[in-house]
Design a protein around this ligand. Structure first.
Ligand code: ADP
Ligand code: GN1
Ligand code: MG
Length: 404
């Protein structure tokens, strides 16, 4: 049922041998809950006892040019290490991913099937969380992603490679959904009709940020582009957001996309694939903590338009991710790893329920944004503008409970 066939750990054990490991391999096991790459934890015997390494096979279907991914990641991690040193951090090896070289001296290994593997040092005493336990955790994650963005603001030219062109081109994502509905290659559209209609009725979300960029209201910067909560490691003891991981989509993008994906994954206590939709919804205290963490990490630098658009960004990315799950369901689960039948449909429905909650509670989130930004309310006029851009002409939203 999984989209990418599960890799036997034997293949990972073979790939591990291609790297300069800290000692002989004791065990290799699957690790993490990411939807794209194959991740393994390699435990080695070393003089000091045990040393752990994270080994990953990059998904070649998602990243057709994995060498470009690695070149980006190498530049980004080197820059982060330099900037962290300038800022006086003495635990840099925990705050930035460190790659282990391959035995042949290169930065990665290509196996007999042509798949690219990489290995990096395990960050001990920290872990990723799939759902936020409370505002402190949400704030810590947001702060870490915002610090990451700030430290990369002065990344020297040239522009990073676009590892997945049009990654956050929401309009193009919607076209792909429409095409999948038209072709319906697996005959799944009928069973998802209510969900499809609810998303299609929200078409303005597909253009609002792209239009703002084209109009010069937003500017491109180095963005992470995949800022879901479980892509940052939080320190087990202090709770601090210690290391931003999953750097494959670090490339030019929008700060609002990064904030929006945090809202999607850390402003709610429900899992991304929660099937009990009564449990899915935004938590205003978590949302406010995300704004606080973002401001703390960035240390200023949010434009007035970005400030006003923070709640809207959450809706746009929840919409975009929802239509990506729905498209993948219709196409037969070819992109996201799935673990049960109709898993991508469940994800799409849960994202829709979250989107409806974000819409319903928009005024509350705008007030929370104002408080977190230092007492200033988000001006009503711009809030209205965001609403008109995204809801104008849309029929009243179907209830998620009724959508099929
Ligand atoms: P994917 O692209 O599949 O999401 P990630 O790069 O996010 O893969 O890694 C999957 C999981 O592995 C993460 O959620 C995290 O729990 C864990 N992980 C990744 N890198 C490290 C690391 N250097 N140290 C500790 N844990 C890590
Ligand atoms: C994927 O790799 P992972 O699991 O961190 C996806 C994101 C989606 C996310 C949804 C390269 O992230 O864009 O938002 O799933 N990554 C890629 O959970 O497509
Ligand atoms: Mg990940």
């Amino acid at each position: 049922m999984t989209s990418a066939p599960t890799l036997p750990t034997a293949a990972a054990a073979r790939a591990a041998e291609a790297f300069e490991l800290p000692g002989p391999v004791d065990s290799v096991e699957r690790y993490g809950s990411g939807h794209i790459n194959d991740t393994f934890l390699v435990t080695c015997r070393s003089r000091g006892g045990e040393a752990r390494v994270v080994l990953q096979r990059v998904n070649g279907a998602v990243f057709p040019e994995p060498e470009k991914v690695q070149r980006n990641v190498a530049r980004v991690t080197a820059h982060l290490a330099r900037r962290l040193e300038e800022e006086g951090f003495d635990d840099r090896d925990r705050r930035v991913l460190t790659f282990l070289p391959a035995r042949d001296g290169s930065g990665w290994h290509v196996d007999a099937e042509g798949s690219l593997w990489r290995a990096y040092r395990f960050v001990a005493g920290a872990r990723s969380h799939d759902v936020a336990a409370g505002p402190a955790e949400a704030r810590a994650a947001a702060r870490a992603f915002a610090t990451f963005a700030r430290l990369l603001d002065d990344l020297p030219a040239p522009r990073l490679h676009e590892t997945i062109p049009g990654f956050h081109d929401t309009r193009r994502r919607l076209e792909r959904l429409e095409e999948a509905v038209r072709r319906d290659p697996r005959g799944r559209a009928r069973g998802a009709r209510g969900t499809i209609d609810a998303y299609l009725a929200r078409e303005p979300y597909a253009r609002v940020l792209g239009d703002a960029l084209a109009a010069g209201k937003l500017h491109e910067r180095v963005a992470h582009n995949d800022t879901k909560l479980n892509n940052v490691l939080l320190d087990d003891v202090t709770g601090e957001g210690i290391c931003v991981i999953d750097l494959d989509t670090v490339m030019p993008g929008l700060l609002l996309h990064d904030f929006g994906d945090l809202v999607r994954t850390a402003a709610t206590t429900a899992a991304e694939d929660e099937e009990d939709l009564s449990r899915v919804g935004v938590d205003a205290a978590l949302f406010e903590a995300l704004v606080q963490g973002t401001v703390q990490g960035l240390g200023g630098g949010l434009s007035p338009f970005e400030r006003e658009s923070l709640p809207l960004a959450g809706r746009v990315i929840t919409f975009e991710t929802g239509i990506r799950f729905l498209t993948d369901h219709l196409l037969g689960d070819v992109y996201f790893r799935v673990h049960r039948p109709d898993h991508n449909l469940a994800r799409a429905r849960s994202q829709l329920a979250l989107l409806l909650s974000l819409e319903e509670r928009d005024a509350e989130l705008a007030a929370a944004t104002g408080r977190a930004l230092g007492g200033r309310e988000t001006p009503a006029a711009s809030r209205r503008a965001g609403h008109e851009a995204t809801r104008g002409g849309a029929p009243s939203p179907p209830s998620p409970a009724r959508s099929s």
